[in-house]
Design a protein around this ligand. Structure first.
Ligand SMILES: [Zn+2]
Length: 304
Protein backbone atom coordinates (compact mmCIF):
# COMPACT_ATOMS: atom_id res chain seq x y z
CA UNK A 1 0.00 0.00 0.00
CA UNK A 2 1.34 3.44 -0.88
CA UNK A 3 2.11 5.87 1.92
CA UNK A 4 -0.78 8.07 0.76
CA UNK A 5 -3.30 5.23 0.75
CA UNK A 6 -2.01 4.09 4.11
CA UNK A 7 -2.56 7.58 5.55
CA UNK A 8 -5.98 7.97 3.95
CA UNK A 9 -7.02 4.63 5.41
CA UNK A 10 -6.40 6.11 8.84
CA UNK A 11 -8.80 9.02 8.38
CA UNK A 12 -11.80 8.20 10.53
CA UNK A 13 -14.87 10.26 9.51
CA UNK A 14 -16.48 9.74 12.90
CA UNK A 15 -13.39 11.07 14.65
CA UNK A 16 -13.37 14.08 12.33
CA UNK A 17 -17.02 14.84 13.07
CA UNK A 18 -16.49 14.42 16.79
CA UNK A 19 -13.46 16.72 16.80
CA UNK A 20 -15.29 19.37 14.76
CA UNK A 21 -18.14 19.31 17.26
CA UNK A 22 -15.71 19.53 20.21
CA UNK A 23 -14.15 22.65 18.69
CA UNK A 24 -17.52 24.28 17.97
CA UNK A 25 -18.63 23.68 21.56
CA UNK A 26 -15.74 25.80 22.82
CA UNK A 27 -16.87 29.37 22.03
CA UNK A 28 -14.11 31.51 20.58
CA UNK A 29 -15.86 34.71 19.58
CA UNK A 30 -13.40 37.49 20.36
CA UNK A 31 -15.03 40.39 22.17
CA UNK A 32 -12.57 43.28 22.59
CA UNK A 33 -12.52 44.48 26.18
CA UNK A 34 -13.62 41.11 27.55
CA UNK A 35 -10.46 39.17 28.54
CA UNK A 36 -12.53 35.98 28.86
CA UNK A 37 -13.72 36.13 25.25
CA UNK A 38 -10.72 35.05 23.21
CA UNK A 39 -9.40 31.97 21.42
CA UNK A 40 -7.59 30.76 24.57
CA UNK A 41 -9.83 27.81 25.48
CA UNK A 42 -10.05 26.33 22.01
CA UNK A 43 -6.32 26.89 21.45
CA UNK A 44 -5.63 24.97 24.69
CA UNK A 45 -7.82 22.14 23.43
CA UNK A 46 -5.95 22.01 20.11
CA UNK A 47 -2.61 22.05 21.93
CA UNK A 48 -3.66 19.24 24.26
CA UNK A 49 -4.99 17.17 21.37
CA UNK A 50 -1.73 17.43 19.45
CA UNK A 51 0.37 16.65 22.52
CA UNK A 52 -1.69 13.50 23.14
CA UNK A 53 -1.09 12.50 19.53
CA UNK A 54 2.65 12.83 20.10
CA UNK A 55 3.33 15.91 17.96
CA UNK A 56 5.96 18.51 18.72
CA UNK A 57 3.97 21.61 19.63
CA UNK A 58 4.95 25.27 19.65
CA UNK A 59 2.70 27.82 21.36
CA UNK A 60 3.25 31.43 20.40
CA UNK A 61 1.90 34.15 22.69
CA UNK A 62 0.49 36.61 20.17
CA UNK A 63 -1.47 38.75 22.65
CA UNK A 64 -2.81 38.18 26.17
CA UNK A 65 -5.03 35.09 26.05
CA UNK A 66 -4.47 34.73 22.33
CA UNK A 67 -1.97 32.01 21.43
CA UNK A 68 -1.05 30.52 18.06
CA UNK A 69 -0.69 26.75 18.31
CA UNK A 70 1.61 25.00 15.85
CA UNK A 71 2.07 21.25 15.66
CA UNK A 72 4.92 19.73 13.71
CA UNK A 73 5.60 16.42 12.02
CA UNK A 74 8.70 15.42 10.07
CA UNK A 75 12.09 17.00 9.67
CA UNK A 76 12.82 20.30 7.97
CA UNK A 77 16.38 19.12 7.27
CA UNK A 78 14.95 16.56 4.84
CA UNK A 79 12.91 18.90 2.66
CA UNK A 80 10.41 21.73 2.43
CA UNK A 81 7.92 22.71 5.11
CA UNK A 82 4.19 22.73 4.33
CA UNK A 83 1.71 24.56 6.54
CA UNK A 84 -1.90 23.48 6.91
CA UNK A 85 -3.44 26.67 8.24
CA UNK A 86 -6.59 27.23 10.24
CA UNK A 87 -7.83 29.85 12.65
CA UNK A 88 -9.37 29.42 16.07
CA UNK A 89 -11.49 32.59 16.26
CA UNK A 90 -15.04 32.75 14.92
CA UNK A 91 -17.30 35.66 14.10
CA UNK A 92 -20.02 36.65 16.52
CA UNK A 93 -23.06 34.42 16.85
CA UNK A 94 -25.31 37.49 16.90
CA UNK A 95 -28.70 36.90 18.49
CA UNK A 96 -28.84 33.23 19.58
CA UNK A 97 -32.62 33.48 19.40
CA UNK A 98 -32.34 33.81 15.63
CA UNK A 99 -30.59 30.45 15.30
CA UNK A 100 -32.51 27.33 14.35
CA UNK A 101 -30.03 25.38 16.50
CA UNK A 102 -28.01 26.73 19.45
CA UNK A 103 -24.77 28.23 18.12
CA UNK A 104 -22.42 26.37 20.46
CA UNK A 105 -23.99 22.94 20.78
CA UNK A 106 -22.92 21.55 17.40
CA UNK A 107 -26.16 19.67 16.74
CA UNK A 108 -26.04 17.16 13.92
CA UNK A 109 -29.24 17.16 11.86
CA UNK A 110 -29.70 15.37 8.56
CA UNK A 111 -25.98 14.98 8.06
CA UNK A 112 -25.15 18.62 8.79
CA UNK A 113 -23.40 20.12 11.78
CA UNK A 114 -25.02 23.33 13.04
CA UNK A 115 -23.03 25.86 15.05
CA UNK A 116 -20.96 29.03 14.94
CA UNK A 117 -17.77 28.14 13.11
CA UNK A 118 -19.07 24.85 11.75
CA UNK A 119 -17.99 26.07 8.33
CA UNK A 120 -15.61 28.95 9.11
CA UNK A 121 -13.60 27.25 10.26
CA UNK A 122 -13.56 24.72 13.01
CA UNK A 123 -14.34 22.00 10.48
CA UNK A 124 -11.35 23.02 8.38
CA UNK A 125 -9.12 23.14 11.43
CA UNK A 126 -10.35 19.70 12.53
CA UNK A 127 -9.73 18.36 9.02
CA UNK A 128 -6.13 19.63 9.13
CA UNK A 129 -5.63 18.05 12.57
CA UNK A 130 -7.06 14.70 11.51
CA UNK A 131 -5.05 14.71 8.25
CA UNK A 132 -1.83 15.31 10.16
CA UNK A 133 -2.69 12.64 12.71
CA UNK A 134 -3.51 10.15 9.95
CA UNK A 135 -0.11 10.77 8.39
CA UNK A 136 1.58 10.29 11.74
CA UNK A 137 -0.37 7.15 12.59
CA UNK A 138 0.48 5.67 9.18
CA UNK A 139 4.16 5.94 10.01
CA UNK A 140 4.82 7.60 6.63
CA UNK A 141 8.30 9.02 6.18
CA UNK A 142 7.78 12.59 5.07
CA UNK A 143 10.03 14.20 2.50
CA UNK A 144 10.05 17.35 4.63
CA UNK A 145 8.02 18.75 7.45
CA UNK A 146 4.29 19.28 7.95
CA UNK A 147 3.06 22.03 10.26
CA UNK A 148 -0.54 22.49 11.36
CA UNK A 149 -1.15 26.06 12.48
CA UNK A 150 -4.17 27.07 14.56
CA UNK A 151 -3.84 30.83 14.45
CA UNK A 152 -5.69 33.63 16.22
CA UNK A 153 -7.48 36.71 15.00
CA UNK A 154 -8.16 35.82 11.40
CA UNK A 155 -11.55 37.51 11.53
CA UNK A 156 -10.16 40.90 12.57
CA UNK A 157 -6.59 42.13 12.27
CA UNK A 158 -4.78 38.90 11.38
CA UNK A 159 -2.55 39.21 14.44
CA UNK A 160 -1.89 35.47 14.42
CA UNK A 161 -0.49 35.13 10.93
CA UNK A 162 1.34 38.48 11.16
CA UNK A 163 3.05 37.13 14.26
CA UNK A 164 3.79 33.75 12.72
CA UNK A 165 5.56 35.06 9.63
CA UNK A 166 8.00 36.97 11.83
CA UNK A 167 8.99 33.94 13.89
CA UNK A 168 11.75 31.46 12.95
CA UNK A 169 9.10 28.80 12.24
CA UNK A 170 7.14 31.19 10.05
CA UNK A 171 10.24 32.04 8.04
CA UNK A 172 10.91 28.34 7.46
CA UNK A 173 7.56 27.75 5.72
CA UNK A 174 7.81 26.82 2.06
CA UNK A 175 4.13 26.68 1.16
CA UNK A 176 0.74 26.76 2.81
CA UNK A 177 -2.69 25.26 2.29
CA UNK A 178 -5.36 27.49 3.83
CA UNK A 179 -8.12 25.20 5.03
CA UNK A 180 -10.90 27.81 4.80
CA UNK A 181 -14.32 26.76 3.51
CA UNK A 182 -14.74 27.79 -0.12
CA UNK A 183 -17.86 25.90 -1.05
CA UNK A 184 -15.68 22.87 -1.80
CA UNK A 185 -13.67 24.75 -4.41
CA UNK A 186 -9.91 24.74 -4.49
CA UNK A 187 -8.62 28.31 -4.66
CA UNK A 188 -5.21 28.51 -6.24
CA UNK A 189 -4.75 32.25 -5.92
CA UNK A 190 -5.94 35.08 -3.74
CA UNK A 191 -5.83 38.79 -4.22
CA UNK A 192 -3.85 40.95 -1.84
CA UNK A 193 -5.33 44.01 -0.21
CA UNK A 194 -4.01 47.44 0.72
CA UNK A 195 -6.04 49.65 3.04
CA UNK A 196 -5.06 53.21 2.27
CA UNK A 197 -5.90 56.08 4.57
CA UNK A 198 -5.21 59.54 3.26
CA UNK A 199 -5.44 62.64 5.43
CA UNK A 200 -5.62 66.11 3.91
CA UNK A 201 -4.88 69.12 6.07
CA UNK A 202 -6.57 72.36 5.16
CA UNK A 203 -7.28 75.60 6.95
CA UNK A 204 -10.49 76.21 8.82
CA UNK A 205 -12.60 79.20 7.80
CA UNK A 206 -16.17 80.42 7.87
CA UNK A 207 -18.17 79.09 4.97
CA UNK A 208 -19.01 82.66 3.96
CA UNK A 209 -15.31 83.43 3.44
CA UNK A 210 -13.88 80.36 1.67
CA UNK A 211 -10.99 82.45 0.33
CA UNK A 212 -9.71 82.69 3.92
CA UNK A 213 -9.36 78.92 4.24
CA UNK A 214 -8.17 75.85 2.39
CA UNK A 215 -10.81 73.18 1.91
CA UNK A 216 -9.48 69.63 2.41
CA UNK A 217 -12.71 68.16 1.03
CA UNK A 218 -11.93 69.55 -2.40
CA UNK A 219 -8.49 67.92 -2.32
CA UNK A 220 -9.91 64.59 -1.19
CA UNK A 221 -12.61 64.75 -3.85
CA UNK A 222 -9.95 65.17 -6.50
CA UNK A 223 -8.28 62.06 -5.13
CA UNK A 224 -11.54 60.10 -5.23
CA UNK A 225 -12.07 61.18 -8.84
CA UNK A 226 -8.68 59.63 -9.65
CA UNK A 227 -9.65 56.22 -8.27
CA UNK A 228 -10.97 54.84 -11.58
CA UNK A 229 -7.78 55.97 -13.34
CA UNK A 230 -5.63 54.27 -10.71
CA UNK A 231 -7.72 51.15 -11.09
CA UNK A 232 -7.24 51.13 -14.86
CA UNK A 233 -3.51 51.61 -14.36
CA UNK A 234 -3.29 48.67 -11.96
CA UNK A 235 -5.16 46.53 -14.44
CA UNK A 236 -2.55 47.35 -17.03
CA UNK A 237 0.31 46.60 -14.68
CA UNK A 238 -0.89 43.37 -13.11
CA UNK A 239 -0.56 40.08 -14.83
CA UNK A 240 -3.97 38.69 -15.54
CA UNK A 241 -5.24 35.76 -13.58
CA UNK A 242 -7.58 33.08 -14.82
CA UNK A 243 -8.99 32.69 -11.34
CA UNK A 244 -9.26 36.17 -9.88
CA UNK A 245 -11.12 39.34 -10.62
CA UNK A 246 -8.95 42.17 -11.93
CA UNK A 247 -7.55 44.72 -9.45
CA UNK A 248 -10.03 47.12 -7.89
CA UNK A 249 -9.63 50.46 -6.13
CA UNK A 250 -12.63 51.24 -3.96
CA UNK A 251 -13.01 54.45 -1.91
CA UNK A 252 -15.10 53.49 1.09
CA UNK A 253 -15.13 56.27 3.71
CA UNK A 254 -14.68 60.04 3.53
CA UNK A 255 -14.69 62.01 6.78
CA UNK A 256 -14.34 65.74 7.42
CA UNK A 257 -13.51 67.13 9.82
CA UNK A 258 -11.38 64.29 11.17
CA UNK A 259 -11.99 65.57 14.71
CA UNK A 260 -14.63 67.85 16.11
CA UNK A 261 -18.17 68.64 15.12
CA UNK A 262 -19.02 69.04 11.43
CA UNK A 263 -20.83 72.26 10.65
CA UNK A 264 -22.40 73.10 7.34
CA UNK A 265 -21.14 76.70 7.48
CA UNK A 266 -17.51 75.89 8.34
CA UNK A 267 -14.67 74.72 6.12
CA UNK A 268 -13.10 71.89 8.13
CA UNK A 269 -9.43 71.94 9.09
CA UNK A 270 -8.85 68.38 7.90
CA UNK A 271 -10.40 65.46 6.10
CA UNK A 272 -9.59 61.78 5.71
CA UNK A 273 -10.34 59.23 3.10
CA UNK A 274 -10.10 55.51 3.28
CA UNK A 275 -9.87 53.22 0.31
CA UNK A 276 -9.52 49.55 -0.32
CA UNK A 277 -7.26 48.34 -3.05
CA UNK A 278 -7.30 44.69 -4.05
CA UNK A 279 -4.68 43.36 -6.41
CA UNK A 280 -3.54 40.13 -7.90
CA UNK A 281 -0.70 38.70 -5.88
CA UNK A 282 1.32 38.37 -9.05
CA UNK A 283 4.07 40.83 -9.68
CA UNK A 284 3.34 43.54 -12.18
CA UNK A 285 4.13 42.37 -15.66
CA UNK A 286 6.43 44.24 -18.00
CA UNK A 287 7.15 47.59 -16.47
CA UNK A 288 6.14 50.49 -18.65
CA UNK A 289 3.80 48.41 -20.74
CA UNK A 290 0.81 50.40 -21.89
CA UNK A 291 -1.01 47.41 -23.27
CA UNK A 292 -4.02 46.67 -21.11
CA UNK A 293 -4.09 43.29 -19.49
CA UNK A 294 -7.09 41.40 -20.73
CA UNK A 295 -8.29 40.47 -17.31
CA UNK A 296 -11.20 38.15 -17.39
CA UNK A 297 -13.35 36.37 -14.95
CA UNK A 298 -11.98 33.00 -14.09
CA UNK A 299 -13.66 29.72 -13.66
CA UNK A 300 -14.42 30.29 -10.04
CA UNK A 301 -18.08 30.86 -9.50
CA UNK A 302 -17.28 33.36 -6.76
CA UNK A 303 -14.16 35.32 -7.72
CA UNK A 304 -12.44 37.16 -4.88
ZN1 LIG B 1 -12.17 31.81 8.14
Amino acid sequence: MSALKSALARVDPDELIALTRELIRIPSVVRPGDPGATEAAVAAHVEEWFRQEGFDVEVQAVAPGRPNVLAMLGDRAVGPTLLLEGHTDVVTEGDPGQWSHPPFEADVVDGRIYGRGAADMKSGLAAAMIAAAALKRSGARLGGRLVVGALVDEEADMLGVKHLVQTPLGRELTAAIICEPEQNELCLEQRGVVWARVTARGRMAHGAMPEAGVNPIVALSALVREAPRLERRLRMLCARSRYLRPPTVTPTVMTAPVKGVPQSNVIPASGARRARCRCSARLPRRRGSTRPARCRHGRRSRPR
